[in-house]
Design a binder for this molecule. Sequence first.
Ligand SMILES: *Cc1c(COP(=O)(O)O)cnc(C)c1O
Length: 396
Amino acid sequence: MSDHHQARLATRAVHGGQDIEPTTGAVMPPVFLSTTYAQRSPGVHQGFDYIRAQNPTRYALERAIAALEGTGLSRDDDPGCGGIVFASGLASIGAVFDLIPAGSHAVVMDDLYGGTHRLLSRIRGPVQNLRVTTADLTDAGRLGDAMTAETRLVWVETPTNPTLKIVDLAEVARRARDINPEVILGCDSTFASPVNQRPLEHGFDLVMHSATKYLGGHSDVLAGALATNRADLAERLRFVQFAAGAVLGPFDCYLLLRGIKTLDVRVRRQNESALAIARWLEAHPKVERVLYPGLESHPQHALAARQMDGFTGIVTFFVAGGLDAAKRTLERVRLFALAESLGGVESLIEHPAIMTHASISAEQRAELGITDSLIRLSVGVEAVEDLIADLDQALA
Ligand SMILES: *Cc1c(COP(=O)(O)O)cnc(C)c1O
């Protein structure tokens, strides 16, 4: 039962944590839908008794994700080798915040996914009395002001949505542990995918994905994933998964297992096309500015090149002519779908100020640089020439 932890990422994407099914030789893990399992004698079973507690298809997916992120944990440490999946990305973030007691202090990145911000300010704050300090951790030095020896959790996102700021994970980890060696460090790595970035390699304890995005990759499944290299955290998170109950259903696990097989191929293509599109946009007279970590003009390009193996399929740009010009562009595209979400095989285009970031106040949007002329692309796997031609006619 090799979990292929040592293989290269493209190999781990296909084989990581996967077994040939012993009774039939099936190459793909079967979808085990059974909610319950027969016992030989009361309490005597083969490791499976009830679907919320254990599920073979879910374990296969969890081990695949663990292999991608390089948890280094074995099946003896945790049945998912430190990969733990949930019913949505937000449910997995909720599980992380279930690790810290009521009244705790947490430091979070200022430029957070809107849903994470809403979870903390509308639920965890009032219900759990969580005290949250936000800080722009693109400057790791700011941790010194934001964090104390009592801080239980630091939560970052990199690259951020939609302005693609980068957090220096190793530097945040080093500074955070100086202040409190016990602090839990978590990173929402959804925008990078494990192909481009693996936070556990940079000293973080936990990495989180909205598996709805790149891991699934086909815009047809809602799911969340955590991976940890700490057996103690794996045990606690597995208990949260079981006891709070936001587990992922077997069929959704199967869709993700299927999607992950092509993760490396998809994301490499998306990286490549996104860079070509970013360069093309940067030279376009109707484009004021392009934000893409792979461009030399990105203020943190050197850090991104050091920390990441690729620069993602997300490209953000400011179109000349403000809201009207942005709306015109969004209405005129034919190949790009005007839609929220990201990371799928089909290219999407959206307007953060009106769509994904509408719940954030106008002042806060201004602070984060989310103006009315800002457009976000999620580049798919179509021929890049066709994508550029589509943007060309839309901007004309
Ligand atoms: C989509 C997203 C989430 C939330 O995930 P869901 O699967 O929609 O619950 C969290 N973080 C980031 C960066 C996302 O893009």
